[in-house]
Design a protein around this ligand. Structure first.
Ligand code: Z2T
Length: 830
């Protein structure tokens, strides 16, 4: 009786939206099994069931997509166009079912068909078209946009291979191609009617008009075809279905015609290969700029396709009247990767629509807004002017013109100050002339934002200081968020159900409602239920760990989790040094007082990032040793889970007790994993960096373990000449640990294999202050250890963490973008 009621309340928010019954779903799935998959109930394996189920869900999705597009067209709505080189979508089945309100019914329907929905969903490959935080943020944002009934379209690249699949061989990372579409992607729809032709290379001809005007004509040397694939984005409640439009490159028939006629059939095939290379593979570097020609072509290719698409749609409603363009279209640049869209729009307006510069600039500078995601100098994009000249000769001219006019403005504001001009110029006059895409983005946009309070302050103060004086108010903050539909409702069903029982089922769209849970933070029964769910999630993860690595974890251990890209600034090696400290303390004193703890890592290193790969290797070697050392392995375990990705995050996050967020202060722009873990009741051990600061404000200092240098202290330490040897020479423990790495203790017979980690922290100068923060970190960990032993106290802290995460829904982020930057109005569908 009670059970039936709970099921009802869990689906009541959406039940009225679809009259679809469980039997309808069964019929649809079986129909697709027969008619789309050409198999039957007896022969079908999980993969066939998965495809049939997707097809059945997609029918529902497409109906809503049609009504959404009709509503947007009829209302001629202003829309945001989210330009991003990355969309890290993960799997779509569970998400779409939850957002349509069909999850429970489909689960039952499949059970009656004799298959388990959870197993079937495991068949879906992740859509890993992104590196990490930036790409996942884009995915959360388009979920929120659809949920809030906002007209929006995501534009990106249809990579044939997403982020590489990571395998661990003898402790080392090896990269394998990701082939997410090998057996077809049931969610995407090809739209050949919207193909675009994109010019590249060639030269610019200057023409003089009869009234003395100068016209420029770009004669491209090559043309590629952009083929759009649409992925429907289902809002929670299933009303609005927006699209993510991803462009695939193909050889243009038009271009190859000449070669073909000249008898160059084989040469024409070579052209095909080149054109099709553009969308072949996602660059696997997060936060480093490779400066490769193909990468610039990727960026231009998807921006040019998307702009043509937007303009075609605008013209359908407004003809050649450009006056309302900036009222109808806003384009958000997700970092500088799509910044080339700025000169591309100006080129279209000036060269193609025949506008004068002033009118074109007026439109383009009211169309673009730019989000900055990092302060790390190695991630700030700069393109050699020579490369732009070769690939996009007209765009380089336009960039020079933008800069020329901007320099006049700077001269007006700071007459005669050449130092400021050098700093603000789009052109960096180094030995090789470089184009600074960050400066171009700030100059060409009407709004610029950072992604957490502290990050936005540093963007203003350190990255673009004089820009703030030129355009007060243009630089602002929008703190990142995460979608609670994927990162709580879908990934942690037991906790979601418990929450709904206590505070109702409105929290997925009104996350501040979670604060109602604080009323039960001291309620014994609730604490027990909350921690039982955590325990069950740990049991489930332990089973997964056993299958993936062979390591056995006791779910009574503290599950301490660090999951994120591998980067020196994120300091996985600080975590590792602390693990080594615990190991050493346990060897010196078998009764060393600590609650048993399992340290779990998930991280991919950029394939060319040597030290990052060395750190993965070191973690694995230390893990091997500790896990097999019977003197300590009842108290200490270390696990490196291979191939960290969205679907693995969904299994790890609900099982975490402790969340490691330990970047050097000032380096992590925001972080979003920090929000996901805290939302699922993990306590943060973290620095005063990125959104950790805002998480600490929300949960209160007694419910988080903050440690380490502040941004100001970091700056001072660097300015005063930091010498890591001072710490090494004065700390017995640190010295012993670092020296240990050089022995063959962890790599029997191969001393020195882990030496690069030590080297980077001593002769390498320890640029991320690992040693400087070590003692504070170790102390914070000890506090966490003591706190965990107080069962009720810990349960209270965990509950408060979940209860106070309301601020971090991506719905709040999107509302801020809408009110302060995009100025959109919702368009209700049906
Ligand atoms: C990325 O994931 C992030 C920043 C980048 O700067 C590039 C990539 Cl691939 C160019 C991350 C930040 O490191 C992280 O702090 C932030 O939360 C995330 O973007 C989303 O804003």
């Amino acid at each position: 009786m009670k059970k039936a009621k709970q099921t009802n309340s869990a689906t009541s928010a959406t039940a009225s939206l679809n009259g679809l019954s469980k039997d309808d779903i069964k019929q649809a799935i079986v129909r697709h099994l027969h008619c789309s998959m050409g198999t039957d109930e007896n022969k079908a394996n999980d993969h066939a069931w998965w495809k049939a189920a997707c097809a059945a869900v997609q029918e529902q999705v497409l109906e809503r997509l049609r009504s959404t597009q009709k509503a947007h067209y009829m209302n001629d709505t202003r829309a945001v166009h989210y330009f991003s080189a990355e969309f890290l979508m993960g799997r779509l089945m569970s998400n779409n079912l939850h957002n349509l309100g069909l999850y429970e019914k489909t689960h039952q329907a499949m059970r009656e068909l004799g298959v388990d929905l959870t197993d079937v969903m495991e068949q879906e490959p992740d859509m890993a078209l992104g590196n990490g935080g930036l790409g996942r943020l884009a995915a959360c944002f388009i979920d929120s946009l659809a949920t809030l009934d906002l007209p929006a379209i995501g534009y990106g690249l249809h990579y044939e291979h997403g982020l590489f699949r990571q395998e661990i061989r003898s402790g080392a990372q090896i990269e394998r191609p990701d082939s997410w579409r090998d057996y077809g992607n049931p969610w995407e729809i090809c739209r050949p009617e919207s193909i675009q032709e994109i010019p590249l290379y060639g030269y610019v001809e200057t023409k003089y008009g009869d009234k003395g005007q100068i016209n420029k004509e770009w004669h491209p040397g090559s043309i590629v075809k952009g083929v759009p694939w649409d992925i429907p984005v289902v809002g929670y409640g299933g009303k609005t279905v927006n699209v993510l439009r991803l462009w695939e490159s193909q050889a243009s028939d038009y271009f190859n015609w000449d070669v073909f006629n000249a008898g160059g059939y084989v040469d024409a095939q070579r052209e095909n290969v080149q054109a099709e290379t553009i969308s072949k593979v996602l660059y696997p570097n997060d936060e480093t700029e490779a400066g490769k020609e193909l990468r610039l072509i990727q960026q231009y290719f998807f921006c040019a396709c998307s702009l043509k698409d937007i303009i075609r749609r605008y013209k359908r409603a407004h003809g050649d009247d450009w006056s309302r363009f900036a009222d109808q279209v806003v384009i958000q640049l997700n970092d500088t990767h799509p910044a080339i869209a700025i000169p591309e729009l100006i080129r279209i307006l000036v060269d193609r629509a025949g506008m004068d510069w002033g009118a074109a600039w007026e439109i383009s500078s009211k169309t673009f807004a730019y989000t900055n995601h990092t302060l790390l100098p190695e991630a700030l994009e700069k393109w050699p002017a020579r490369m732009l000249e070769k690939i996009l000769p007209r765009h380089l001219e336009i960039i020079y013109e933008i800069n020329h006019r901007f320099m006049r403005k700077v001269e007006e504001k700071w007459p005669g100050d050449d130092a400021i001009k050098r700093k603000l110029s789009i052109i960096e006059e180094s030995s090789e002339k470089m184009i600074r895409m960050g400066n171009l983005s700030v100059i060409g946009s009407f709004a610029v934002n950072g992604v957490a309070e502290i990050h936005s302050r540093l963007v203003k103060e350190n990255l673009f200081p004089e820009f703030e004086k030129l355009w007060p108010g243009k630089l602002t903050n929008v703190t990142n968020g995460i979608t609670p539909r994927r990162w709580l409702k879908a990934c942690n069903p037991a906790l979601s159900k418990l929450i709904s029982e206590r505070i109702g089922d409105k929290w997925p769209t009104e996350l501040y409602k979670l604060q109602g849970l604080a009323n039960f933070a001291d309620d014994k029964e609730f604490q027990q239920q909350f921690m039982q769910i955590k325990h069950d999630n740990k049991v489930r993860l332990a089973a997964e760990v056993k299958t993936l690595t062979g390591v056995e974890l006791d779910p009574n251990m503290i599950f301490d989790i660090q999951i994120k890209r591998l980067h020196e600034y994120k300091r996985q090696h600080l975590n590792l040094l602390h693990i080594l400290a615990l190991y050493r303390r346990l060897l010196e004193d078998p009764d060393y007082d600590m609650h048993p703890r399992a340290f779990l890592f998930g991280a991919k290193a950029a394939p060319g990032y040597k030290l990052a790969k060395d750190i993965i290797y070191a973690i694995n070697k230390v893990a091997d040793k500790i896990n097999n050392d019977v003197r300590v392995n009842h108290k200490l375990k270390v696990v490196f889970l291979p191939n960290y990705r969205v679907s693995l995050a969904e299994k790890m996050i609900p099982a975490a007790d402790i969340s490691e967020q330990i970047s050097t202060a000032g380096k992590e722009a925001s972080g979003t994993g920090n929000m996901k873990l805290s939302l699922n009741g993990a306590l943060t051990v973290g620095t005063l960096d990125g959104a950790n600061i805002e998480i600490a404000e929300e949960v209160g200092e007694e419910n988080i373990f903050i440690f380490g240098l502040t941004v100001e202290q970091v700056q001072k330490l660097h300015a005063g000449g930091y010498n890591p040897y001072d710490i090494y020479d004065n700390s017995r423990e640190i010295k012993a640990i670092l020296d240990w790495l050089e022995t063959d203790y962890f790599t029997p017979g191969k001393p020195g294999e882990l030496a690069s980690v030590k080297q980077s922290l001593l002769d390498g100068g320890d640029p991320y202050l690992v040693l400087a923060d070590f003692d504070a970190y170790s102390e914070a960990q000890q506090k966490a250890d003591r706190a965990y032993r107080d069962k009720a106290g810990w349960a209270r802290k965990a509950i408060i963490n979940t209860a106070r995460m309301g601020k971090f829904t991506s719905d709040r982020s999107i509302r801020e973008y809408v009110e302060r930057i995009w100025r959109l109005t919702p368009c209700h569908v049906e």
